[in-house]
Design a protein around this ligand. Structure first.
Ligand code: GUN
Length: 295
């Protein structure tokens, strides 16, 4: 079967162009420049790369950005203090605390300390709760990006069976909620699979839309996928590679070469979901700057 590649890089750049045009308009109207701040704790290679991409994207669309680096051994108290400073800085429209955090830090405590109005990651319980209830909120960036991709490629979700593998707070859980919503981009029948799911293959083989967000490289093989399925690969695991200058390669959760020929649509890694996460974060920051979610 001829499959169509879902080009997340292209759609992300289109979205970034739209955001850049709006920023120009805001500035021309004398409004302040949207400002995103990011807190990066420690030196995890993956987190360094993701945050650097977010900051670079800010520059590209004309946002102001601030990167706050804290050492790996930072205390919870110091991190909370930094969060409070950003909460109270009137120039900062939105900010993120890059996850994962070191062991001495209680992640939930930090997420709950972020003002919901500035929580452009959409991780705060208030934003998660408002998302569940269909109230205005910040939707977390990766699920938001995936919904946008499905929309851009005119992929029908209504009445379809959507199987999500992985129940993380960042992707799997919110994704399963969005796909089941009574909205034009939802209306799927959703099955949420995870590490305790029995007969996983039985579920995945019946998926019209399969969203793979478990973080296990090349876990999903051709025998797990229905002919004609839409496959969305959220995995971005760094694996050692002698072929690249950096010494590693990004691997998705899907064994692309054998799965792609069975699909109607599939996202590549890299260049699929990853770039959409960044575009969605920018979009949320623009909404924050315009006070459109929390006026
Ligand atoms: N770690 C992995 N994905 C994300 C994300 O979308 N936001 C933050 N803050 N941390 C992450």
């Amino acid at each position: 079967m001829a499959f169509q590649l879902i080009d997340g890089k292209k759609i992300s750049l289109e979205l970034q162009d739209e955001i850049a045009a709006e920023v120009q308009k805001l500035k021309a109207a004398g409004m302040k420049t949207p400002h995103l701040a990011a807190i990066l704790v420690g030196n995890d290679g993956g987190s360094e790369t993701y945050v650097a991409s977010k900051i670079k994207a800010c520059e590209k669309v004309g946002f102001k950005s601030t990167l706050i680096r804290l050492p790996e051994y930072v205390t919870e108290e110091k991190l909370l203090q930094t969060v409070h400073e950003l909460n109270n800085d009137p120039d900062v429209d939105g900010f993120i605390v890059q996850l994962p955090l070191p062991r001495q830090i209680n992640e939930h405590k930090i997420i709950e300390a972020v003002k919901p109005e500035k929580d452009v990651d959409g991780f705060h319980p208030i934003n998660v709760g408002r998302m569940v209830l269909n109230l205005p909120c910040y939707v977390s960036a990766t699920p938001y990006g995936i919904v946008h991709l499905l929309h851009k490629y005119n992929i029908e979700t209504s009445g379809k069976h959507c199987v999500v593998i992985g129940r993380s707070h960042i992707v799997g859980s919110p994704m399963s909620i969005l796909m089941a919503k009574n909205t034009s981009l939802g209306n799927s029948t959703v099955t949420l699979c995870h590490s305790k799911t029995e007969n996983l293959k039985t579920h995945t083989r019946s998926a019209d839309i399969l969203i793979c967000a478990l973080g296990s490289p090349e876990f999903v093989t051709a025998d797990m996928v229905k002919e004609g399925a839409v496959v969305i690969d959220v995995g971005t695991t760094r694996v050692a590679s002698a072929e690249t200058k950096s010494g590693f390669k990004l691997k998705g959760d899907v064994k692309f070469d054998e799965v792609a020929p069975k699909c109607s649509y599939i996202t590549p890694v890299p260049g699929g979901v990853g770039p959409m996460t960044i575009a969605s974060l920018l979009k949320n920051t623009l909404l924050a700057a315009k006070r459109e979610v929390y006026p």
